[in-house]
Design a protein around this ligand. Structure first.
Ligand SMILES: Nc1nc2c(ncn2[C@@H]2O[C@H](COP(=O)(O)OP(=O)(O)OP(=O)(O)O)[C@@H](O)[C@H]2O)c(=O)[nH]1
Length: 356
């Protein structure tokens, strides 16, 4: 269970689109070349191309189901590279078949990403170049220049694609991280809370409880009104730092709105979450933000909901924590509440809650 990871981009979506184009082009080329090779007497080559064209047809039909995508990609590359390598081994020396080698790094990285792309390229390019070098040594008709061109161009493309792919991955990670963070405090944002909560709920078992804590700074409007917005911002950052430094590495801290914060505590029951939340509340009261030798006292209220918990009237964990936060506010602030009051739920008037 990994709630830390920021929401991933839809990697397989762009790969599926590229794959569809590759399949269409490969199918047309193989279906076109197969009869030509058959007529020229290269029956074996014609048969391999026919198999490739048929595979492309089947893969195009399977693609919309989006199952076993990695296997479809892998098998396609193995077949395609086999056709190319078979050509390298069979065609006359003066043929420009070596140009097709450029497809090996390009297609491998595009479909499989850096790690597997590198592996496929290393294996297939090594086989193809070894065959080419062997034929150059043992057969007449190969010019030094054509062999050197094939060698240099395929290795150059491999190097450039590898560097490009590394930059692309880093950039994607940076963008995904920025999209999941609050710019003022650097904490995760509401969007990421939604994702992390969904992931925790999907992977949680009765033996692995987790807690959601919602915090809201008390009378924060007064801070802005009295000291100005920049000081208000500094107070928010001060609380964010305290929040972040008070939890374990596996816990997640969020700023979900103006002066609203949240914690997701994996493997934590209601009692444990109450202890953590009270430690944060008390720590924040004890160490208020200092502005120009002036202390700005601010307190914080909180509501806790736990999974799994018998909460028939509130299957939504966020709503449950929000209802308890509202209770903490209405019952005097500067407190954390982790259960509903004993009276009938019909008497309570829960505040309409935003969804996370
Ligand atoms: N400085 C600063 N203030 C913000 C930011 N976002 C929201 N606020 C302010 O936070 C205040 C929230 O006020 P209210 O919702 O009335 O809540 P409160 O004054 O904290 O009162 P209670 O929550 O009932 O204790 C408003 O004045 C907002 O302008 C921000 O990014 N920076």
């Amino acid at each position: 269970m990994d709630a830390q990871t920021p929401p991933r981009s839809r990697k397989s979506d762009f790969r599926t689109t590229i794959f569809r184009i590759m399949l269409l082009i490969s199918m047309l080329i193989c279906a076109g070349f197969a009869p030509v090779n058959w007529i020229a007497g290269r029956i074996d080559y014609a048969l391999i191309e026919t198999v490739m064209a048929l595979y492309c047809l089947v893969a195009l039909r399977l693609l919309p189901h989006r199952r076993h995508l990695q296997s479809l990609f892998g098998l396609y590359l193995i077949l395609l590279f086999s056709v190319i390598i078979y050509g390298i081994a069979r065609v006359p020396p003066q043929d420009s078949h070596g140009n097709w080698l450029l497809l090996i790094p390009a297609f491998s990285y595009l479909l499989l990403g850096r790690r597997h792309g590198r592996l496929y390229t290393a294996i297939f390019l090594t086989i193809a170049l070894s065959i080419l070098l062997f034929r150059w040594q043992t057969e007449t008709g190969f010019t030094h220049l054509s062999v050197a061109n094939t060698l240099m161009s395929s290795l150059t493309i491999w190097l450039v694609i590898d560097v490009f792919e590394r930059q692309r991955i880093n950039m994607t990670i940076e963008l995904e991280d920025a999209a999941s963070r609050d710019p003022l405090t650097g904490l995760f944002n509401r969007l990421h809370l939604k994702e992390a909560l969904k992931r925790l709920q999907a992977s949680a078992t009765p033996g692995t409880p987790f807690a959601l804590v919602l915090f809201d700074l008390d009378h924060f409007k007064k801070v802005n009104d009295q000291y100005g917005h920049p000081v208000g911002d500094a107070v928010l950052k001060h609380f964010a730092q305290q929040l972040q430094s008070s939890v374990r590495n596996s816990d997640l801290a969020f700023r979900i709105g103006g002066e609203e914060f949240s914690l997701l505590l994996p493997n934590t029951d209601s009692k444990g979450a109450l202890k953590v939340a009270n430690k944060i509340r008390q720590g924040f009261s004890r160490t208020p933000y200092q502005h120009n030798q002036c202390t700005i006292p601010v307190t914080v209220s909180g509501g806790i909901a736990n999974w799994p918990e018998q909460e028939p009237q509130s299957p939504n964990l966020y709503e449950c924590a929000d209802r308890r936060l509202y209770l903490a506010k209405t019952s005097g602030r500067d407190r954390i509440i982790n259960r509903d009051p004993p009276q009938s739920p019909a008497n309570s008037t829960p505040k309409p809650s935003p969804t996370a």
